[in-house]
Design a protein around this ligand. Structure first.
Ligand SMILES: Nc1ncnc2c1ncn2[C@@H]1O[C@H](COP(=O)(O)OP(=O)(O)OP(=O)(O)O)[C@@H](O)[C@H]1O
Length: 622
């Protein structure tokens, strides 16, 4: 008979309620088992899935939004590095509650994959010994393989977690990679630790964007690596943060926030700054006598004139950043709107999928174009209206098809929108309407960024910024199981919530902008704007646009005042038969019919004023 392995001896002791034989397990795992046993957890049963409600997940995501942005970008990279090896990558809050996951489809569909979902809590008390729970407790990287998990039912799972600490040493989140085989995954564990370290450095750049950041290491060739120290200092040398490698290199010195650069390094801070800001690598000794190489990684913001040191040794700070490009005709002075857009440029730089939600007519498509402009991507902006596309058509629209791939396929095939958007942006409008099988296909595409044309053999990678939009409540659709939760979590990595027009504080600016586009020569009175402001605007900016167009048509003069306005007139109209049953189409249809009446039943004038084709107008008024 084969002798029992250490883990088998330990497990039978655990499951038979005996003392765990010493040396059979690492002390970390053994003491975790003891704690779980003391909590009365039965290792033989299936643990209960503890999942916090979705609104709380949303709140936690908002609370950790800056960190989450960095984490999602790293998760994408990590996933690309280990894609295909059936892993799930999770980002969790400091209590071990999972906030986001990115996974290989096969694992996501497995029993284990379904238990690691946003909202699932992985503390030791809930799920027994597991990497996330232990890393929360230990505040250091932990890997738990197969039967080292406390619960027998987790015995096929391996997970590796790394804590993310802020510069003050506080645990702010965790990264985890899990897979469903027991083999040791040293390489993956190292990648998870590196991703966590990268996020920690990202936090320093994010939170200290107005300070000077210097990298240092005893070997110059390591200055660009994750083992380099990072130190953030103000213009006068006050240290604000140090990353973990930096703290380790300066161990023994008073290296804490609030100390001065000169407490840590020899020589005058000013002299060091001069060399560093010249862009060179400076050799400098720390106060313990060890030499390090140092280089400037970020130039701090220009100090107010009164704060500038008189010695004139510092070159002027960088010029203020130029305003980012915007989509043409995009008004956005509303503070709530501007808040939701904070971090958009970073999100697009990291290629995070952007999701735009808002009522009908709030400007989702225009915002999508703005996202494309902000991303600075040279490729095309390609839009797909996902509403009412059956699965097969959806797939061939996105991935293209080879010649004669299916009945009605184009003779010469089609490249597909994802390929057309390579290097640019793919805008998925009405994303809530994607049929269920196509949701799975889309999810796979978002994970791999690989496309294969229908009827084709070859796959190719594309580099696409994904933007999606809907006016539906996707969270509610997820609850009703009409939309995949994992797809929602992939799409809404960065969410832009557009306020309804009635809540916009830049209402007047929107009115003036629309009026300028309708009739550049016409003015609009303040009283007219005030009257408009009182409307409920269920159709939002589009409805306002139509009201102004009608007012202008009605007045046909050089200004629009209160008398020309009749916001209610569209409501008096009946929608056409085709639109009557569709609440969203109804609003638009009634506006077209009202404009048609105002234009003296002239299709050409109505079409020109509304910027529609004559056929469209005709369809609604015949
Ligand atoms: N911020 C803005 N500044 C100026 N014009 C805007 C703005 N937002 C929207 N508009 C205008 O309002 C109209 C409706 O915008 P858009 O089509 O982008 O809305 P939407 O939310 O995508 O509509 P739907 O829900 O029907 O798809 C467009 O003519 C657009 O140019």
């Amino acid at each position: 008979m084969q002798p029992l392995s250490n883990i088998e001896r330990a497990r039978s002791a655990l499951e038979e309620g005996r003392r765990i034989p010493s040396g059979a397990l690492s002390s970390l795992v053994a003491s975790s088992w003891e704690r779980c046993r003391d909590l009365g957890l039965d290792p033989g049963i299936e643990p209960r899935d503890v999942v916090v409600p979705f609104p709380l997940v949303q709140r936690l995501r908002e609370e950790h939004s800056g960190l989450r942005r960095l984490a999602l970008a790293e998760m994408q990279l990590l996933h690309a590095q280990i894609a295909g090896s059936n892993f799930l990558i999770a980002f969790a809050d400091p209590d071990g509650v999972v906030l986001d996951t990115i996974s290989d489809q096969h694992f996501a569909d497995s029993r284990s994959g379904r238990s690691i979902i946003p909202g699932s809590a992985w503390g030791e008390a809930e799920r027994g010994t597991n990497a996330l729970g232990l890393a929360v407790r230990q505040r250091e990287p932990v890997a738990i393989y197969g039967r080292e998990h406390y619960f027998r039912s987790h015995g096929h799972l391996s997970c590796m977690a790394a804590p993310i600490l802020d510069a003050g040493g506080q645990l702010v989140g965790l990264l985890d990679a899990s897979c469903s085989h027991e083999a040791r995954q040293q390489h993956t564990h190292a990648l998870v630790r590196m991703a966590a370290a990268q996020i920690e450095n990202g936090l320093i750049y994010q939170e200290r964007s107005n300070l000077f950041i210097f990298a240092f290491h005893p070997r110059a060739e390591y200055l660009d690596t994750l083992s380099a120290g990072l130190i953030a200092v103000s213009r006068d040398g006050a240290v604000s943060s140090l990353n973990r490698p930096g703290q380790a290199m300066l161990a023994g010195l008073p290296a804490a926030a609030g100390c001065h650069f000169e407490d840590l390094f020899e020589g005058r801070f000013g002299a060091a700054m001069d060399g560093l800001l010249d862009g060179g690598v400076v050799r400098i000794r720390d106060r313990a006598g060890s030499a390090v190489f140092m280089v400037c990684r970020q130039i701090g913001a220009r100090a107010p004139a009164a704060d500038l040191p008189g010695r004139g040794r510092l070159p002027p700070g960088p010029a203020p950043a130029a305003a980012p490009p915007a989509a043409p005709g995009f008004v956005c002075l509303d503070p709530a709107l501007r808040r939701t857009m904070e971090g958009l440029a970073d999100a697009t730089r990291m290629r995070m999928p952007v999701h735009i939600c808002g009522e009908t007519g709030t400007g989702k498509e225009l915002m999508a174009r703005h996202v494309h402009a902000v991303s600075g991507r040279r490729g095309e902006f390609v839009a797909l209206n996902c509403g009412a596309l059956p699965e097969t058509l959806f797939v061939s629209e996105i991935f293209g098809h080879e010649r004669g791939a299916f009945t009605n396929a184009r003779q010469d095939g089609a490249p597909g929108l994802a390929r057309l958007a390579d290097g640019g942006t793919l805008f998925l409008d009405e994303v809530a309407d994607i049929p269920a099988p196509a949701q799975t296909v889309l999810l796979r595409f978002l994970d791999s960024m690989e496309i294969r044309a229908v009827g084709g053999q070859k796959t190719r990678k594309v580099d696409v910024q994904i933007v999606s939009a809907t006016n539906a409540d996707l969270a509610a659709l997820v609850r009703e199981r009409r939309f995949r939760a994992d797809l929602l979590f992939r799409l809404n990595a960065f969410t832009l919530a557009l306020p309804p027009l009635r809540e916009r504080q830049d209402f007047a600016a929107v009115v003036r902008h629309l009026m300028q586009a309708i009739a550049p020569e016409a003015a609009i009175t303040d009283a007219a704007i005030e009257r408009l402001r009182r409307g409920p605007w269920p159709g939002n900016i589009r409805e306002l646009q139509a009201t102004l167009q009608r007012a202008y048509l009605r007045g046909r003069m050089t200004f629009v005042d209160e008398d020309a306005l009749d916001p209610g007139d569209a409501e008096d109209q009946e929608a056409c038969d085709a639109c009557a049953g569709h609440p969203l189409n109804r609003i638009r249809c009634r506006e077209i019919r009202a404009a048609y009446t105002t234009a003296g039943s002239n299709i050409a004038v109505t079409a020109r004023t509304l910027g529609l084709s004559r056929t469209t107008v005709y369809k609604h008024v015949r």
